[in-house]
Design a binder for this molecule. Structure first.
Ligand code: GAP
Length: 468
């Protein structure tokens, strides 16, 4: 079996055709760069979340999960610096009005310049120098830089004035920091403690794109891990190892994953170290899936100052009082899913039993992540009721699909294309031997399994294929 080289466009087209992802608001002509997950995408998302919860919440004794609100008191974002600093430097081409982020367009055209450390004045000088070309029309004149607030603003209550202005959270992390004291008090735990959250975040991105890679509404899975100052290196290494183990459980190919330590110049001023996990996407190249950051006492310190609340911790071990330090592993769920789909997608060339050339699209998801674990199918429509009874006995325990249309070969191909690891066929022998044929997606091998043993068989298949 040979594999064809795959492209990003081919994969994202496949995801839309199959029903993993739909264009957002499609019947109204769409909404640029917004996407809805269909039934397959929603199942895949559930499974990635389940794995994250198993690995990081149930799997790490110090960790608990919370579910804070998306809309918080706007002072939260003053404290964190988002109101003052969460801006993008925007310019428009004076001729075609195409809009760009100044730092990005300069970086693309002058890769030797270190744009990250530049002030707005420095970026402006380069944009006005006549050396930067508009990629869409070729002219070289741009408007001065305007800072564009990336937090979505809305209003609570009936009046739309400054007092009722609130923001949609741009990260889940701050709902954790502001609940640090609540969690410690109500769980009666000691440090170290990790507080975990999965939820939606919103950023008014200027340059969304690459399908679901960069969107304005996305889901994060974040942990803030609080510990005694001085233990930063230990817990940073602990989470680097754990994030690596998690990525291995996802089944991403080693060659497509890398850890990238931030250079000192890239680090936020309060961060001692940050490492990103990046994935090599077809066509678009390396992209960040998540970051692990040492955040010191920055966030709790800022919230103490702005809320005037005491967020220090009295250590019962040595009776000292301090602001805990934090390590933050922050995953983007949508990007992980996109990476999983790119990694799983293959077009395999096959030779059939009678020597003919054939091919199949197959999504090689790790079995526990695949949207459907099993597809149950009758060999002939005459067997629909009996096959349906098998399906009915399994679909509360496993994500299952019942498929009666088309030849059995076509149905296998359909399931391969969405990554279903096991196809279960009820045939004309099933009445006699009380068994069905189970066909495995990757090897395409088939075996006969007693119907009474199916549930155990599927559990054991999932167990065998799970990365521990
Ligand atoms: N609390 C830290 C934080 O939010 P971040 O690097 O801005 O850090 C963490 O975001 C992760 O969230 C990223 O690694 C990425 O996977 C995901 N993410 C950020 N912005 C995104 C966007 N516009 N679309 C999709 N995912 C995004």
């Amino acid at each position: 079996m040979a594999e064809k080289e795959k492209t990003f466009e081919e994969i994202t087209t496949h995801l839309q055709t199959q029903g993993f992802v739909y264009p957002g608001s499609e019947i109204y002509g769409g909404l640029a760069n917004s996407w809805d997950y269909g039934p397959l995408g929603a199942l895949l998302k559930n499974h990635v979340k389940d794995l994250w919860l198993r690995h990081f919440v149930r799997g790490i004794e110090y960790n608990v999960q919370i579910d804070p609100a998306i809309i918080m008191n706007p002072k939260v974002w003053e404290a964190t610096g988002h109101v003052a600093n969460f801006h993008d430097p925007l310019v428009d081409c004076k001729y075609c009005h195409a809009r760009y982020r100044a730092d990005q367009i300069i970086h693309q055209q002058k890769p030797d310049l270190d744009v990250d450390g530049m002030t707005q004045d420095q970026l402006n000088t380069i944009m006005q120098s006549g050396e930067i070309v508009c990629p869409s029309c070729g002219h070289k004149e741009f408007t001065p830089i305007r800072q564009f607030q990336m937090m979505f603003k809305t209003f609570i209550g009936v009046t739309e004035d400054k007092q009722s202005e609130v923001y949609l959270r741009p990260e889940t992390a701050q709902g954790i920091f502001i609940n640090f004291k609540n969690v410690l008090r109500t769980t009666r735990r000691k440090l170290p403690i990790g507080i975990c959250d999965i939820g939606k975040s919103f950023r008014n991105e200027i340059t969304p794109g690459n399908f679901t890679f960069r969107t304005r509404e996305f889901e994060q899975m974040e942990i803030e891990f609080f510990f005694k100052p001085g233990e930063d290196d230990k817990w940073f290494a602990f989470y680097k190892d754990n994030c690596k183990a998690f990525v291995e459980k996802l089944g991403l190919k080693d060659a497509n994953v890398r850890f990238r330590d931030h250079e000192p110049a890239e680090l936020a001023f309060y961060s001692k170290a940050t490492t990103d996990i990046e994935y090599l996407f077809p066509t678009i190249g390396w992209g960040e899936l998540m970051g692990i950051a040492c955040r010191g006492d920055y966030d709790l310190g800022r919230h103490m100052k702005y809320s005037s609340q005491d967020l220090t911790y009295l250590d019962p071990e040595d009776n000292t009082r301090y602001i805990p330090h934090v390590v933050e592993p922050s995953f983007g769920l949508d990007r992980l899913m996109l990476a999983l789909c790119c990694d799983a997608y293959d077009v395999e060339e096959l030779t059939t039993k009678d020597g003919k050339k054939d091919s199949r699209v197959v999504m090689h998801f790790a079995p526990e992540l695949a949207p459907y674990t099993i597809a149950v199918m009758p060999l002939s429509n005459k067997l629909n009721d009996k096959a349906k009874a098998v399906y009915d006995s399994l679909h509360e325990d496993f994500d299952a699909i019942f498929d009666t249309t088309g030849s059995i070969g076509k149905r296998y191909r359909r399931e391969d294309a969405i990554g279903t690891p096991l196809c279960i066929t009820y045939d004309f022998d099933s009445d006699n031997d009380g068994a069905v044929t189970v066909r495995e997606r990757d090897s395409m091998t088939q075996e006969r399994v007693k119907i009474s043993e199916l549930s155990n068989y599927i559990h054991s298949f999932l167990g065998k294929n799970r990365v521990k």
